[in-house]
Design a protein around this ligand. Structure first.
Ligand code: THU
Length: 149
């Protein structure tokens, strides 16, 4: 499938600002994550009275995609209000890097649009190669294919 026009990804991410639940910081964030097949999964930040439990917009977009069996991504757009474009926080960079650092990341605000590559945002990240684990372990799709529960 062809890549989605960048403007369309920005519009989808911006739509998520309306769903953003940020009563504590009042900092609304929307994210749109495009898969290698041109599907788009979106997310917004979801805060909590126990502040540390807050989930970022990017993380919710990743969870939405992975929950539908999608794990290969090519572009991520993060939209915020205000003038300055936002790059994913450190935790989100790590969550995204789990699925590959060959990802174009766009931060879009009212006064600024910035483009990065995830590999530059999180060089030398901790990944599965440091673990003595078979990538197929714990893979629900692989288990389903082999007929095991
Ligand atoms: N936030 C995101 O959703 N993504 C980021 O990359 C940066 C921070 C959210 C978390 C919190 O709800 C608010 O922005 C302020 O930190």
């Amino acid at each position: 499938m062809d890549p989605v026009p960048l403007d369309r990804l920005v519009a989808l991410a911006r739509e998520m600002l309306a769903y953003s639940y940020a009563p504590y910081s009042r900092f609304n964030v929307g994210a749109a994550l495009e898969t290698d097949t041109g599907e788009v999964f979106t997310g917004c930040n979801v805060e909590n009275a126990s502040y540390g439990l807050t989930i970022c917009a990017e993380q919710n977009a990743v969870a939405a995609a992975v929950s539908r069996g999608r794990r290969r991504f090519r572009r991520l757009v993060v939209v915020t209000r205000g003038q300055r474009a936002v790059a994913p926080c450190g935790r989100c960079r790590q969550v995204l890097a789990e699925f590959g650092t060959d990802l174009a990341v766009y931060g879009v605000a009212n006064g600024e649009k910035v483009h990065w590559q995830l590999r530059d945002l999180i060089p030398d990240h901790f990944g599965r190669e440091f673990l003595d684990a078979d990538p197929a372990d714990g893979d629900g799709a692989a288990r389903a294919r082999s007929g095991s529960r």
